[in-house]
Write a protein that binds this ligand. Structure first.
Ligand SMILES: *[C@@H]1O[C@H](CO)[C@@H](O)[C@H](O)[C@H]1NC(C)=O
Ligand SMILES: *[C@@H]1O[C@H](CO)[C@@H](O)[C@H](O)[C@H]1NC(C)=O
Ligand SMILES: *[C@@H]1O[C@H](CO)[C@@H](O)[C@H](O)[C@H]1NC(C)=O
Ligand SMILES: *[C@@H]1O[C@H](CO)[C@@H](O)[C@H](O)[C@H]1NC(C)=O
Ligand SMILES: *[C@@H]1O[C@H](CO)[C@@H](O)[C@H](O)[C@H]1NC(C)=O
Length: 286
């Protein structure tokens, strides 16, 4: 991906000569997100005190940041590319989080179907939608009482113009991979030096994954103490902890979303300059 950084003026000039392809407008005042660990920015950590320890967050936040990743998630890259701050989780009650630019209802382990006793997260998709409805009702009530709250809450029109994102396929993907052979999975994943091994795991290649020891955990197995530690270079890996993408993989997926090649209706062309920006400086070598 050798796209040069173009000036905004050049892009405007090019755009004015392109045929009109009715692109969606990628400028949104707020974002509401629903989903699972793939886009959870701290919901499960806040909601059930899910214990994230080292080395989660090591690449970007430097500490565990409520994300199932070594760094940023796809949603973080997309928010950044829209000039918006990272989304705060709906369930976060500490530190008076701002929801002015949106709210994240995604929680790790969430399912599309209602949760059951075996579910990791009680916040299945239907619950998240109910939370959103309550959120909107509460926001409108509070704004009617005190206009000063505008600086931390979305406005009524923001709810109409906001981007509503749904990212609920992670757990389905896990299941799909379980029913494929190693060769079939490798064939599906281009690029990366380590297409299937977990960066943070135990057991060594080819999978470096042992479901008895989660990323960051230490356990005694066969009388010996074993630790699932992180690899040296997370950007060579797609898989962070056996279940979730690395920041490098998230960056790659975000760049593919922003390429507009998978979007219907098409994204407006002015997004593509982001692919040449620092954020996505070289997706093909990751
Ligand atoms: C895109 O959306 C923004 C924010 O809602 C709005 O200000 C702008 O006018 C829109 N642009 C177009 C071309 O519709
Ligand atoms: C523990 O011992 C069993 C039986 O000898 C062996 O199959 C297994 O691979 C060992 N586990 C580890 C983590 O070394
Ligand atoms: C990380 O790099 C060090 C030093 O080069 C090496 O000893 C170690 O085995 C590497 N660890 C992994 C998990 O590859
Ligand atoms: C990590 O891996 C990436 C991708 O292979 C490579 O570009 C980078 O130089 C590596 N970083 C280090 C510190 O080895
Ligand atoms: C989009 O798809 C076309 C056709 O497959 C390909 O040539 C192009 O490189 C892709 N663009 C990006 C940015 O990946």
């Amino acid at each position: 991906m050798a796209m040069k950084i173009l000036t905004l003026q050049t892009i405007a000039l090019i755009l004015s000569h392109l045929p009109f392809i009715s692109p969606i407008n990628f400028s949104y005042p707020v974002v509401f997100n629903f989903g699972d660990s793939n886009s959870d920015t701290g919901g499960l950590a806040a909601g059930i005190a899910f214990p994230f320890g080292q080395p989660y967050g090591k690449t970007y936040f430097l500490n565990p940041a409520g994300r199932f990743c070594d760094g940023r998630l796809i949603i973080d890259f997309l928010m950044d590319s829209m000039g918006l701050p990272f989304l705060n989780p709906y369930l976060d009650s500490v530190g008076a989080p701002s929801f002015q630019k949106g709210c994240n209802f995604a929680t790790g382990g969430s399912t599309l179907l209602p949760a059951n006793a075996a579910s990791m997260s009680p916040f299945s998709f239907g619950i998240q939608v109910s939370e959103f409805i309550r959120f909107k009702t509460r926001v409108l009530q509070l704004l009617a009482k005190d206009k000063r709250l505008k600086k931390s809450l979305p406005s009524e029109s923001d709810f109409r113009q906001g981007l509503h994102m749904f990212d609920v396929v992670q757990n389905d993907l896990d299941g799909a991979f379980n029913s494929r052979s190693e060769d079939q999975v490798v064939a599906l994943i281009p690029g990366f030096k380590q297409p299937i091994a977990a960066c943070c795991g135990y057991g060594g290649l080819p999978l470096n994954f042992d479901n008895r020891i989660a990323c960051g955990e230490t356990k005694i197995l066969n009388g010996t103490s074993m630790t699932a530690t992180a690899c040296n270079n997370t950007s060579e890996y797609v898989n962070w902890d056996g279940n979730h993408y690395t920041e490098a993989a998230n960056k790659y997926v975000s760049s593919q979303i922003l390429s507009g090649n998978y979007t219907d209706p098409p994204l407006s062309m002015n997004l593509q300059f982001l692919l040449g920006s620092d954020l996505f400086y070289n997706p093909n070598t990751m």
